[in-house]
Design a protein around this ligand. Structure first.
Ligand code: FES
Length: 75
């Protein structure tokens, strides 16, 4: 199972069983990490990973969990 937590004013935290690939499908080597944070503010110098820049920049975004509407059918 993989858990993704949308941290207030910070990154997406992934925990559990996951892989991360680039756009070509090449795997990022995560050195066995089972917890990792992905940048959500766009300011990390180590994208896609969080480097703490969100805090230094005072970036703010709080996302409360909610239900999405059903997906639109693809034509
Ligand atoms: S969320 Fe941490 S550097 Fe962007």
């Amino acid at each position: 199972m993989t858990k993704i937590t949308v941290n207030d004013n910070g990154p997406l935290r992934l925990e559990g069983d996951f892989t991360i690939t680039d756009a070509t499908g090449k795997l990022f080597g995560l050195a066995g990490r089972q917890v990792i944070s992905l940048c959500r503010c766009g300011q990390s110098a180590n994208k896609p990973f969080c480097d703490g820049q969100h805090a230094r920049q005072g970036w703010q975004s709080a996302c409360e969990a909610r239900d999405l509407p059903p997906p639109k059918p693809r034509i």
